[in-house]
Write a protein that binds this ligand. Sequence first.
Ligand code: DSN
Length: 429
Amino acid sequence: MSASPFDDFIRDDAEVVELLGREWARQTSTLQLIASENFASPAVMAATGSILTNKYAEGYPGRRYYGGNQVVDEIEDLARRRLTALFGADHANVQPHSGANANVAVYQALLNPGDTVLAMRLDQGGHLTHGSPASITSKFWNFVSYGVTPRNDDPASPGEHIDFENVRALALEHRPTLIVAGATAYSRFIDPAAFREIADEVGALLMFDSAHVAGLIAGGSHPNPVPYADVVTFTTHKTLRGPRGGAILCREEHAKKVDSAVFPGQQGGPLEHVVAAKAVAFKEAAQPAFARYTAQIVANARAFATALANEGFRPVSGGTDNHMVIADLRDFDAELTGKVAQEVLDRAGITTNRNQIPDDPRSPFITSGLRVGTAAETTAGMGEGEFAQIAALMARVLRHRDDENVIEDVRAQVATLCAGFNPYARFTS
Ligand code: DSN
């Protein structure tokens, strides 16, 4: 597959060519189930690998600190226009290098040092930048954390959903300047209206971190937080299927502060090659086919959750409304940790990541859970039947994790499955 007119020149670098070849084989012969990954289109990759990588462009369209930005200005404006139209937002900033950068820039824009922020705790499903003690965010701002309701296996009122009573009580007690909605390991709809109501009650601003669900929102498969939140942040490479990077949407009243916080507050020169790739991805996400794609992501995740439950894994919160399933491994095998499960599955060609479950007795490095997502293999064309098959393969290899023959056999079955679903086959044949 040719991604740019310069592809052939990399052939001079045998070491990099060899490594790229191995990664190509890994991505196309093993299952990619990490919930934050996807297969970007060749158009997205071509833009990422374009000559725009050569250009310095500190500043914003029409207000740059370097000359020669006539074309770059048009590219960044195009990306901003496409993005505001996609989500129905007032203002877009497409320069953040990542979701973490986007979040920290918003804190810088909207908060003073020491201000109180109410956000989801990491081990309940939140993100490092939601005030984890390991993150710089917790050093500058005073984070208070909410979580999910206790486990309850009654399907009529499943637990492990965001505890809005707890959110409201903490908001009334701590009077945060900002409330953060959004998660990285939470498989249920996050209701932006419920968060807005609480924010209004205590006079707080509302940021919605939609890193994981941005693509689902664009495709109409998750509620859109833009009408409710002051600011929406996200990454462009997960369900949105663009290049690796971040973006921010906000109400007009916050635009100037947000832009100043991204540049010069947090970053120097923007990656305009990535901005061009973001523009490509935003156009792709506006197509009817993308809405069908996101509906299939969710259908696949629901089928996956059911099949995993049938194999004895317990889906945290009882199931899923989005692209991911958090599996509690203890119900499957009390001795099996997330770390061991991830390693065994890796050897069988099934790529996942271990994850803490709510109130996990094990550390973040060991964990009792596994997070799996359907966005990437849905791009590759897999459907509910394939995900049921994957659940069975996962259960088999984890039940027989000390048997090298079973690991080898599952790896071979995975390779056969993947051979029928190469995400780039139609571009290379
Ligand atoms: N939290 C990571 C993930 O969801 O994979 C991204 O920062």
